[in-house]
Each structure stands twice: as C-alpha cells, then as structure tokens.
Write a protein that binds this ligand. Structure first.
Ligand code: PXP
Length: 237
C-alpha cells in the first residue's frame, strides 16, 4: 500500500506569519525523500492554506505524482487543466467547514459532473471521486467517467468503540471490493493516523492512503527535539 502525503497544513503554518516558512515545496520534496508515493494539495476556493503559487511550484518540483484536490467549479477546472496534475480528486467544499465534510454528493450533481470530468480526462489527467464507502456512489463515479474512488474514512476515524470501528471497517472493506470489481482503482483517506491505520494493511483492494493532518501534527512533536537541539547547538557554541 502506498502513502500520498497532503501538505496543506504546512501552508497553514506558513500563512500564520504570511512569510516564507515553512515552505510547502520543501515539505513536498522531503515527503518524497521519506517515501511518499505522491503529494496532495487542496486548493480551496478561499485559498486558506495552499495558494496558486504553491501549486505551481509544487508541480514544477516534485517527481512522484501530484493529486490536486478541488471543488467542482469552473475556476478549478481551468487551474487543473493548466497545472496538469497526474490526478484531480473532486471533493465537496463549503466555505465554513474546517476540513472536508462528507463525500461528494454524486447523485445530486451527476449531470454537471459528467460534463466537468470530460475535459479534464481529455487532457490526460486521471479523476478520483472522494465518496462515502457506498455502492451507489461508486457505481455513479464509474458512470460519470472517474478512474479512481477515494473512500471517505472520516466516519471510521471518529468511531469511539471497538464495535463501531468494526462496523465502519466492514463498510469500507465491502466498498473497496465492490469498487475494484467495477474496474476502479481504490484509495482511502481522511482522519487516518498512527492509531487507526493498521487494519488497512489487510484491505488489499486499497492501493494507497492519503494522509495530511495527522502526519503534519505528529511531525511537530517528533521533529521538535531536533529543532530545539539545532538552536541549542548554535547558542551554546
Ligand atoms: N482525502 C481527502 C479527499 C481530503 O479532503 C483530505 C483532507 O484534506 C484528506 C484525504 C486528508 O485528510 P487528513 O488531513 O485528515 O489526513
């Protein structure tokens, strides 16, 4: 199973000072050197983390693959075609949400989705749909022309009890099997972390997981001793 790393929250941290550090491009290159199979950025309508210039620089710098997460808007369609990521992942987007909430409402937006996907695929960009682990959403993704489904693991990540976890995992397992047999590539993401990722090893249909917040958050702690040590070395010299 591969790991795609989402670097949005490096940009969140950079934007806290609105200067150059930490640079999302440096994070992307470091993620690649550390074994990531791809780099994910979500260019949101309000540009709250990744900005247009970040996206351009990431595109020009990385060597693995770029997954541009985006909403189904004409602006994003034009940016995708201009930027040429290896794939786009279509997500629902609400201005007021803190992070993506829920899978793409594919039944509601099926007709415009078909129109939206076509020029993207015609430009050689794969399309992934971020959907709930449900058969209907998967079937509609395939019918709309998608290549990949990303199963939404947010609800799984929020489960409290063992029984809840098992129920949600079973939903994901079944959806992964169904999507694979429908000819789609299957990935998964949202809310995955060191405490809840292990069972995914056994779901062989899932080729890749996409993780952002937990990796960046944990890096702050695992990397903190080295960052403090560097300064101490310099001031004690
Ligand atoms: N996949 C999709 C489609 C997302 O929108 C996000 C959040 O940006 C992720 C994966 C990563 O989620 P997290 O940051 O919780 O790891």
């Amino acid at each position: 199973m591969r790991l795609a790393v989402n670097i949005d929250h490096i940009a969140t941290l950079r934007n806290a000072r609105n200067e150059g550090d930490p640079d999302p491009v440096e994070a992307a290159l470091l993620a690649e050197r550390s074994g990531a199979s791809g780099i994910v950025c979500h260019l949101r309508e309000d540009r709250r983390h990744i900005r247009d210039n970040d996206l351009e620089r990431v595109r020009a710098s990385i060597r693995t693959k770029l997954d541009l997460e985006m909403a189904m808007t004409p602006e994003m369609q034009a940016i995708a075609i201009r930027t040429r990521p290896e794939l786009v992942t279509l997500v629902p987007e609400k201005r007021e949400e803190l992070t993506t909430e829920g899978g793409f409402a594919i039944k509601t937006f099926f007709e415009p989705l078909v129109e939206f996907i076509k020029p993207i695929r015609d430009n050689g960009i794969l399309v992934s749909m971020f959907v709930e682990p449900e058969e209907e959403a998967i079937t509609l993704s395939r019918e709309a022309g998608a290549d990949i489904v990303e199963l939404h693991t947010g609800p799984y990540s929020l489960c409290k009890t063992e029984a809840e976890h098992e129920r949600e995992l079973e939903r994901i397992r079944k959806a992964a099997r169904f999507a694979r047999s429908a000819g789609l590539a299957v990935v998964a993401g949202h809310g995955l972390n060191v405490r809840n990722i292990a069972p995914f090893r056994e779901i062989t249909e899932i080729e890749e997981v996409s993780i952002g917040h937990a990796i960046i958050a944990r890096a702050a702690f695992i990397g903190l001793p080295a960052a403090i040590g560097e300064i101490l070395d310099l001031i004690r010299r």
